[in-house]
Design a protein around this ligand. Structure first.
Ligand SMILES: NC(=O)c1ccc[n+]([C@@H]2O[C@H](COP(=O)([O-])OP(=O)(O)OC[C@H]3O[C@@H](n4cnc5c(N)ncnc54)[C@H](OP(=O)(O)O)[C@@H]3O)[C@@H](O)[C@H]2O)c1
Length: 401
């Protein structure tokens, strides 16, 4: 059992961008009462910045070590991470993780395991790096007043969009710059196709509303097909384009989720969230809107967030999943009406989307665009075909039915 007097003896999995930074953060935080005693990595031949005896490749050297009371999992493989987290918890060790894909995909199993084993699992670093969104949703917003969570949750796609807008460069150039700056995931399609933001909004929705939604029930579109015409359109109308993930409470106590580029007006808090930064707007009854802003990725910001979870364990903190425990979570729905901008090339592209109403239509020699109204559920129905088309869709606002 952890308490304020017991030292956190940490077994660390992964010594990449975040793992190595975490070690640095712990070493420089003298009051943290935590020590990394063993590090499990994949490649024993890689040059490391710490003595060789600190490292191992056999996960049981950590899991079976009774001196180690906390496992920190920071590897880049979601399925392996799940095995590590499960075996650590079953061995009676609490775990801190940053693996959003694992958490979004296996949330139920991991919640059940916390109950069964009595071990805690904390993961504030999994959504928005250094911004403490999950613990705030869990503790401060622990009532049913929450109306929406809207955020720029992926730093590299925001960096790409900011560069395209301010420097007039194309998508490929901006993506290269994001990779060079170390902002993009090893597989950048996770960032630019919106999957990374999707995992995060699934986790935030669980803590904000108590509603568990599977990935394949959520419409998610990214920015890889954005072109100069879209940037020009946004500039002319006074918008910026941001990749936004949103969970919105709607009629009949339901919640709708999506990830999509958004045409953002100057009045919105996220308008000025630029480059690799993240921003999250929390909206509720009676308190209107609040805004959290900061570094959503990078070794040191993420390492700091992991340290905060490690420290929280010295006080025996664990998530209670209060919105599930004490409230009836809203049902998930895709029955909302969106106003969108849609740029396309062929008539079939327009017909596929089944607009309820088109309010503006523009043609050029090379492309067309419309502004119109469409149901989120219709978008989800055609998602597979949509993903294969070279078109660009951005939402403007949610319309009241
Ligand atoms: N980077 C960020 O800004 C950021 C922000 C928030 C959350 N996260 C999450 O944090 C986690 C780590 O990200 P990262 O950027 O630090 O990744 P990374 O730089 O690619 O490092 C991954 C580390 O995992 C190790 N590893 C992979 N498979 C392993 C296994 N089966 N057993 C033991 N070690 C294994 C690798 O070992 P080798 O060194 O031997 O290759 C490497 O040290 C991911 O879940 C990521 O989504 C990252």
């Amino acid at each position: 059992m952890n308490n304020q007097n017991s030292k956190q003896q940490i077994g660390l999995f992964g010594f990449g961008v975040v793992g190595e930074s975490l070690h640095h953060v712990i070493t420089n935080s003298h009051a943290s009462n935590a020590e990394v005693v063993k590090i499990c990595i994949r490649d024993p031949h890689k040059k490391r910045s710490l003595p060789a005896e600190m490292f191992c490749t056999d996960r049981d050297e950590i899991i079976q070590d009774n001196e180690i009371n906390l496992v920190v999992e920071l590897i880049d493989d979601a399925e392996q991470a799940l095995e590590i987290v499960k075996s650590a918890m079953l061995a009676g060790k609490s775990v801190v993780s940053g693996n959003k894909k694992m958490l979004a995909t296996h949330m139920e199993e991991l919640m059940d395991l916390q109950q069964l084993s009595g071990s805690a699992l904390l993961y504030d670093a999994s959504a928005c790096g250094s911004i403490p969104v999950i613990r705030n949703l869990e503790e401060y917003y622990d009532n049913d007043l929450l109306l929406s969570i809207t955020g720029i949750l992926n730093g590299s796609s925001n960096y790409i969009l900011s560069r395209m807008y301010s420097k007039n460069i194309d998508f490929a150039q901006a993506l290269n710059q994001a990779c060079e700056m170390g902002f993009a995931e090893a597989d950048p399609s996770l960032d630019v196709e919106g999957h990374d933001a999707l995992y995060k909004i699934i986790i935030l929705t669980m803590h904000g509303f108590g509603t568990r939604v599977n990935q394949d029930e959520i419409f998610c579109s990214g920015i890889s097909h954005i072109g100069p015409a879209d940037i020009r359109f946004a500039r002319e109308r006074g918008y910026r384009i941001k990749l936004v993930a949103q969970a919105q409470k709607v009629h009949n106590n339901s919640v709708a989720l999506f990830v999509m580029p958004k045409l953002v007006t100057r009045e919105e808090y996220i308008y000025n969230v630029e480059d690799e930064y993240n921003g999250v707007v929390i909206e509720g009854e009676f308190y209107e809107k609040q805004f959290m802003f900061g570094k959503g990725a990078g070794g040191f910001p993420t390492g700091s967030s992991v340290l905060s979870d490690i420290t929280a364990r010295t006080h025996n903190y664990r998530y209670e999943y209060k919105k599930r425990k004490y409230f009836t979570p809203p049902a998930h729905t895709n029955d909302i009406l969106l106003e969108v901008y849609y740029r396309y090339r062929f008539t079939e592209d327009l017909l596929l989307l089944d607009f309820e109403e088109i309010t503006e239509h523009h043609s050029t020699r090379d492309y067309f665009y419309v502004i119109g109204q469409i149901r989120l559920g219709k978008l989800l129905q055609v998602k597979d075909k949509f993903d294969a088309m070279k078109v660009f869709l951005a939402f403007i606002r949610i319309l009241k039915d």
